[in-house]
Ligand binder design. Structure first.
Ligand code: 5GP
Ligand code: SF4
Ligand code: MG
Length: 458
């Protein structure tokens, strides 16, 4: 999912619209914007579908106020339905409260059960509602209540919380899910990714830090922490495929990081071939890197129909399978008679990879050598990246050679963990250079063994 927030700008709803549109790749299922004027009322609208479908000029004009939070969602935990569209909006003793999240709370089922046993009634199956209940039940003031609630959460999350006159931004203690802070004139902007600052002309200030809570109200900005500083563990999959290439995480631009992943792949696993092609869009940067490093020309061997969404965002396997041919085509004149190196970001189930290899073969490729910019994805994610059950992860039960056969490739290689760390960069000496690699190593930055712990939510 993606979150976007504005504090102190007369066009808060319109800025959120453009910001969320730039974050659309993080979730295409539903979206919403909630606005508030200092001391005024909440105005909000949520709907199923894309930002450009859910909002029009009249809707935006009705969302008056100088503060806003907004959300784009893809469903993982919690069913795909309108009730789970965010921001969620509540009335509590302190007034109105709006909450939106990117991420997943590992211990949510435990907290939810406790709340239910002491009388809470939930309207949604979304994680986000749990935090609202925790805040509403606390006898403390808003900021202290939020800090107490966050201190109980285990997982990867980036939250935006809004009341009539306060906006709060916070990230989980490990910084698993990214969030950046920017300025636009006197206004403050928060977003899952910096690419959304570019479209509205906001200036990047800094990343929201792990365990940090930033509070904006009439008296200005307060930057505090609710958790002791932990090892930063940004989700490696954000670097590998999820975030947009024009976004930066910290000082690292994602296109550049992906290009270096391709270069590393070339160093680790050169293969003599005629062309290099990347699976659009996420693997084009890496394919350029592989081509540059090997001297094999980069070619547009695969084309994506830009009117189909990311296949994995559609909830069911059946839809996913239907989606792929709608989405990708091989460029016959480019690949015919050629030995092709095909770069992709990950192999999850193996079904998409098999289809793409076969597309290239059907278009006349002589050989298809698959190079993947991540280590084998053998373990589920508990922090908000959509992954199937462990038994559906092809790398959890098959060797690389077995996967190669399953996807019908002539050769297959996965980027090594050291190669990935080298490509991403990050602070020298930092344990694993500040990345979560749980789905590759089964070594997660938080406890994950909870009863009913689920992989995973938005
Ligand atoms: P597969 O070969 O595993 O079916 O699909 C691999 C490609 O689709 C990769 O580019 C990967 O990013 C994407 N993909 C397919 N299914 C999923 C999924 O459930 N979760 C994630 N994170 N990516 C997926
Ligand atoms: Fe990202 Fe994998 Fe960690 Fe999940 S387990 S947060 S997908 S690196
Ligand atoms: Mg892909």
């Amino acid at each position: 999912c993606g979150v976007f927030g504005v504090f102190g700008h007369k066009d808060a709803a319109e800025l959120s619209y453009y910001g969320l549109h730039a974050l659309q790749h993080r979730g295409e299922e539903s979206c919403g914007i909630c606005t508030s004027d200092l001391g005024g009322d909440f105005h909000y609208h949520r709907g199923m579908g894309l930002v450009k479908e859910v909002f029009d000029r009249d809707r935006l004009d009705s969302l008056v106020g100088a503060n806003a939070i907004g959300h784009v969602r893809y469903s993982t935990a919690g069913a795909s339905r309108l009730a789970n569209a965010q921001p969620l909006v509540f009335k509590y003793r302190g007034g109105d409260l709006a909450v939106c999240t990117n991420g997943n709370l590992v211990n949510e089922p435990i907290i939810r059960r406790e709340l239910e046993e002491s009388g809470s009634i939930f309207q949604t199956t979304s994680d986000t509602e749990v935090i609202a209940h925790m805040i509403a039940r606390s006898p403390k003031d808003l900021v202290e209540a939020v800090k107490d609630a966050f201190a109980r959460l285990i997982g990867g999350f980036a939250f935006l919380i809004m009341t009539k006159d306060v906006l709060i931004a916070a990230c989980d203690p490990n910084g698993l899910r990214p969030m950046v802070m920017g300025r636009l004139g006197d206004a403050y902007i928060f977003a899952s990714e910096s690419c959304s600052f570019e479209v509205i002309g906001a200036e990047y200030v800094r990343d929201v830090l792990p365990g940090e809570i930033i509070v904006l109200d009439r008296s200005g900005i307060r930057e505090e922490r609710y958790a002791v500083l932990q090892r930063r563990s940004v989700c490696a999959m954000e670097y590998i495929y999820f975030a947009r290439p024009d976004s930066d995480i910290g000082t690292i631009n994602l296109h550049s990081a992906r290009k270096r992943m391709g270069q590393q792949l070339a160093l680790e696993s050169f293969v003599d071939a005629d062309i290099v092609t990347g699976v659009p869009d996420s693997s084009i940067s890496a394919a350029i890197g592989y081509a540059e490093q090997t001297g094999i020309p980069y070619e547009l061997g695969l084309i994506k129909n830009k009117y189909t969404g990311r296949t994995f965002i559609q909830p069911s396997q059946e839809l996913r399978e239907k989606g792929v041919k709608m989405k990708l085509s091989a460029v016959r004149k480019v690949v015919q008679g050629k030995r092709v190196v095909m770069i992709d970001d990950s192999i999850v189930r193996g079904t998409t990879s098999l289809r793409i290899v076969n597309l290239l073969r059907e278009a006349g490729a002589l050989e298809v050598h698959v190079r993947i910019t991540s280590p084998p994805f053998a373990n589920p994610c508990y922090y908000g990246i959509d992954t199937p059950d462990r038994r559906d992860l092809i790398a959890s039960s098959k060797t690389v050679e077995e996967i190669r056969k399953a996807i019908n490739a002539d050769s297959l290689y996965f980027l090594s963990k050291p190669g990935l760390l080298e490509a991403v960069g990050g602070a020298e000496g930092e344990y694993d250079r500040g990345l979560c690699l749980g789905c590759f190593t089964n070594d997660y930055p938080t406890p994950v063994e909870f009863e009913d712990a689920k992989a995973t939510s938005c």
